[in-house]
Design a protein around this ligand. Structure first.
Ligand SMILES: [Zn+2]
Length: 618
């Protein structure tokens, strides 16, 4: 029997041109080789399985090739190239710092550095996962890294650039590797499948690409796994079964029901999904990206962002035609709120179900729910015959709908006076926002206070100021109707008020902003992600940076960050301050032990706890 080689190894690229999805980078490397301007140390950063080590090996082979081709690729025929391809070249040394991170390992490597190459011009030392080197090993290495002999080139590779000391970073030419786009991955998988004589459905390869999340090595491993499971015929159905992926068929069906305002079938489908063993959070995230994909289909200019191919693409376009944009925006918002609240929710299933009900009611009487953001209101699913006109909108708090499913209907029939008392009995909870709670005397329409997004979203509304709060309490022990009116009218003003912000919110939207930055600002995005903004007081947050240059740049984009924060957090006063770190002050958190030290500074009891139990940090 023929020896089985995994696809990731069998189809490992052997020339720069064969490297998938890193064109800009391989071109730069080729140009450097062509012009003979080689640095003595390179740092390859990027997620796992995107070609860092592969590129390092190709680079080593190419600079040692005795007869390079006119396109500056290695010839693959000369003695040096053959040695490389047969993995017997003495000009390449690979050290995996994840398992060899001691000073001795580095000393051995340094000894090798001083021996000149026998064949070819350069000795290349590849240190993988370089961030794993111990501090002592780093120190032993620094001097050699700074002034290596002329025949030596170091290529350091890491998935976690932020863990590297600035002293290392400043000595290297840095290359950032991209995640693979799903299109690139799918195309590559197709070519592998064709070479291997494996039949496939494009949708199945899409699923594999999604599951691999930008890593080609992972994609190929999953591909091997699925190919063996499906015995060489990779169908969509078998693939989702093997990878335990939720069928997108559910999302198409659900969206159709939402558009027809049918609640019951949505509940049944959700139940089916849970019975298949899927997590609610997984489902709701999938639903959100389904809506996102539909939204992208609405506009030809964003169509290229749709990461699926083939038939599914057409189905997305068809369903997108049926949804209006307002529905999609609101639906995405609802799913996102549900996702944010999922972890803290005590009744997760109910949370998802409420979201499904709200989704199914989005297209009902569009005119009622106009406004910037979706109103999180629940309307009765079951109408009691004859008691109410369709124009009446029932708004209930989550608790009410939860505990007293019938109370909402009885409320409509209580006389006005009692109703007003009912409002007064609503808890003046800081998280509950009342919106036009009291009907004006002329209108007959009954409205019950509703829970607004403050409760669902990450922010909460500023709590009532003291005097207002006491007033609200007084109302419960009975005052004249007109007094109550003014109290509630005051509360309606809160619509224009700013939401309270927390440091967690700031950090969340800080990362979100970084992720939204366009490709040409990737460097900035990466820098932002390792910075932890701190909330100074109510609306001001502070960003501590390494030097004046970064500070200037931060200040330049500060207005954009501020406006993003203000919009997302519904607070018009959020202000960002930038400051250069003082001596010994860290701008980022490096590791868990350091995090512990930082926490212990705030609360010394932690240290006592650690000592009392003899705990050790790993
Ligand atoms: Zn060659």
């Amino acid at each position: 029997m023929e020896e089985y080689i995994v696809s990731a190894r069998k189809y490992r690229p052997t020339s720069f041109d064969a490297v998938v999805g890193q064109n800009a980078l391989t071109t730069t490397l080729k140009n450097a080789i062509a012009s003979g301007k080689l640095a003595h140390a390179y740092l390859f950063c990027g997620p796992r399985g995107v070609g860092k080590t592969t590129c390092a090996r190709i680079f080593a082979k190419t600079i040692n090739c005795l007869h390079p081709l006119p396109n500056h690729e290695a010839c693959n025929q000369c003695e040096s190239c053959m040695a490389f391809n047969e993995q017997r070249s003495l000009n390449i040394h690979e050290l995996d710092a994840a398992s060899n991170n001691s000073v001795d390992d580095i000393r051995q490597l340094i000894e090798q550095v001083h021996i000149p190459p026998q064949v070819g011009k350069y000795k290349v030392f590849i240190i993988d996962e370089v961030h794993m080197l111990s501090t002592a090993a780093f120190n032993a290495f620094l001097k050699t890294l700074e002034e290596p002999p002329a025949h030596v080139i170091f290529i350091l590779a890491t998935t976690e650039k932020h863990k590297l000391l600035p002293t290392i970073l400043s000595r290297c030419q840095i290359y950032d590797f991209n995640r693979m786009s799903p299109q690139n991955t799918v195309e590559h998988l197709k070519s592998v499948a064709e070479k291997e004589g494996i039949r496939y459905e494009t949708e199945a390869l899409n699923i594999i690409a999604q599951k691999a999340d930008g890593g080609m090595r992972d994609a190929l491993s999953i591909f091997d796994q699925v190919a063996s499971y499906t015995q060489g015929n990779i169908t969509y159905e078998k693939t989702i079964e093997n990878l335990n992926v939720l069928d997108y068929e559910y999302y198409f069906k659900l969206t159709d029901h939402f558009l027809k305002n049918e609640v019951a079938p949505c509940m049944l489908l959700f139940n089916e999904i849970l019975e298949h063993g899927f997590e609610g959070s997984h489902f709701i995230a999938g639903l959100a990206s389904h809506f996102r994909d539909l939204m992208i289909c609405k506009d030809p200019s964003t169509l290229s962002l749709l990461e699926v191919n083939g038939n599914v693409r057409n189905r997305y376009q068809e369903q997108a035609k049926k949804c209006n944009e307002k529905f999609l925006y609101k639906a995405i918002k609802l799913c996102n709120d549900c996702d944010l609240n999922y972890r803290i929710s005590k009744n997760r299933r109910l949370l998802v179900e409420i979201t499904l009900i709200q989704l199914a009611q989005l297209t009902e009487d569009d005119d009622v729910s106009s406004g910037r953001s979706p109103e999180l209101t629940l309307k009765p699913i079951f109408q009691t015959a004859g008691t109410q006109s369709p124009a009446v909108t029932q708004r209930v708090t989550q608790n009410q709908s939860d505990k007293h499913p019938t109370q909402q209907n009885t409320n409509t029939s209580v006389p006005t006076e009692n109703k007003q008392q009912a409002y007064a009995h609503q808890p003046a909870d800081a998280t509950t926002k009342l919106r036009n709670p009291l009907p004006s005397q002329e209108t007959e329409i009954t409205k019950i206070p509703t829970i607004k997004k403050g409760t669902f979203g990450p922010s909460i509304k500023r709590s009532f100021t003291e005097p207002e709060q006491s007033m609200a309490t007084k109302n419960t022990i009975g005052q004249t109707t007109s007094d109550k009116n003014t109290a509630f009218e005051k509360r309606t003003d809160f619509d224009d008020e700013d939401y309270l912000v927390t440091e967690k919110d700031i950090c969340f939207y800080w990362h979100e902003f970084a992720n939204l930055l366009p490709q040409e600002e990737t460097a900035m995005a990466k820098r932002m992600k390792i910075i932890q903004p701190r909330l100074l007081h109510d609306e001001t947050f502070e960003v501590v940076v390494d030097n004046d240059q970064v500070k200037a740049y931060m200040q330049q984009i500060a207005p954009r960050i501020q406006s993003h924060m203000r919009k997302q957090l519904h607070n018009r006063k959020i202000t960002m301050e930038v400051r250069v770190a003082e001596n010994n002050e860290k701008t980022r958190i490096y590791s868990k032990p350091e995090l512990f030290v930082a926490m212990a500074k705030k609360n010394p009891n932690l240290l006592k706890l650690k000592e009392a139990f003899g705990l050790e940090l790993t």
